[in-house]
Design a protein around this ligand. Structure first.
Ligand code: BQF
Length: 294
């Protein structure tokens, strides 16, 4: 069994990005600039967005954090998005999810300029991705592709089972694994909460990608010998014995499934760090595309 070391690979990617930024600087070019809007002060969301700002610093990007109160109206948020769309110094920006209930997330994501949509959540980018056109690929699915590629894990003709149909992970992942090329060329099954006899399906999977947010959902008994297991879950479970007061739990019963799997991602240190690295990658691509356009 090989552990897919997302922490290490993400550091490799960050070093590659930093080298490109250093070259941009040496050539007197503008460096990539990422902005993030966070609405409210949810603990996990603040952690995520701070991780992103720190990652920008590490690779030499400029970053701007826009903090808005939890009582922000949809109109106020839309105004801010319009400003970032127009602001020439910003190459890409994200709206940290989830948003408070008074705000319509779909409407907000539609307002982001697709050329600055480094999260790849705008329908234009989702459509382009589905049609094999150049687009921003959502950071988590992009990170999973990158892990499969860098560990040279065969995907052609394999049966990939994706568990969970979220717009951010499961749905795009199911599309990407079925595209032509590597990683891709998989036969894909997308399962969700109404799927009957899920064990019968997962037992036939060469690759299982799970993103449901339910700790220990995938048991060793549900996978076949030598399956590749990608765990996207990152649930905070209260734990008084730790400094933070919680531990991160994946969707996979790692202790037992790891004995059966050929490759498996840990939590933490698997897919999570890859998400951050690929957000940076998308921001670098956004800068390069904007540079070419003018
Ligand atoms: C790690 C996210 C659910 C909802 C909104 C490193 C992250 C997580 C784990 C991280 C996530 C999850 C992010 C680890 C960003 C991934 O070491 O295992 C990094 O920061 N993530 C997000 O921005 O919004 C979310 C999950």
């Amino acid at each position: 069994m090989t552990i897919l070391d997302g922490k290490k690979i993400s550091n490799d990617i960050k070093a590659e990005i930093k080298a490109e930024v250093d070259e941009m600087k040496a050539n007197g070019e503008k460096v990539p600039h990422l902005a993030a809007i966070i609405v409210g002060n949810d603990g996990a969301s603040m952690t995520y967005v701070n991780t992103k700002v720190k990652a920008c610093e590490k690779v030499g990007f400029e970053s701007t954090l826009v903090r808005m109160s939890s009582t922000t109206s949809e109109v106020e948020l839309m105004d801010k998005i319009e400003k970032l769309n127009k602001e020439d110094s910003i190459d890409g920006f994200i709206v940290q999810l989830p948003l408070p209930p008074q705000i319509d997330t779909q409407k907000v994501l539609l307002a982001v300029d697709p050329d600055k949509d480094v999260d790849g959540f705008h329908p234009t980018n989702f459509g382009k991705m589905s049609l094999d056109m150049t687009s921003f690929i959502p950071a988590t699915p992009f990170g999973i592709l990158e892990l499969l590629e860098r560990y040279n894990i065969p995907t052609k003709g394999k049966h990939t089972v994706v568990i969970g149909r979220s717009h951010i992970v499961g749905r795009p992942m199911s599309i990407l694994m079925g595209r032509s090329g590597f990683p891709g060329n998989s036969t894909v099954t997308l399962t969700h909460e109404y799927t009957k006899n899920i064990t019968q399906i997962t037992s036939q999977a060469d690759i299982v990608i799970i993103a449901v947010g339910i700790p220990d959902f995938l048991k060793a008994e549900m996978i076949k010998d030598d399956a590749v297991v990608i765990d996207v879950g990152i649930t905070r479970v209260p734990d008084e014995s730790t400094k933070k007061g919680y531990v991160l739990k994946g969707d996979v019963d790692f202790e037992n499934a790891s004995k059966k799997a050929s490759y498996i991602t840990p939590v933490p240190g698997g897919v999570g760090p890859m998400t951050i690295a690929m957000l940076l990658k998308n921001t670098l691509l956004a800068r390069e595309q904007r540079r070419e356009r003018k």
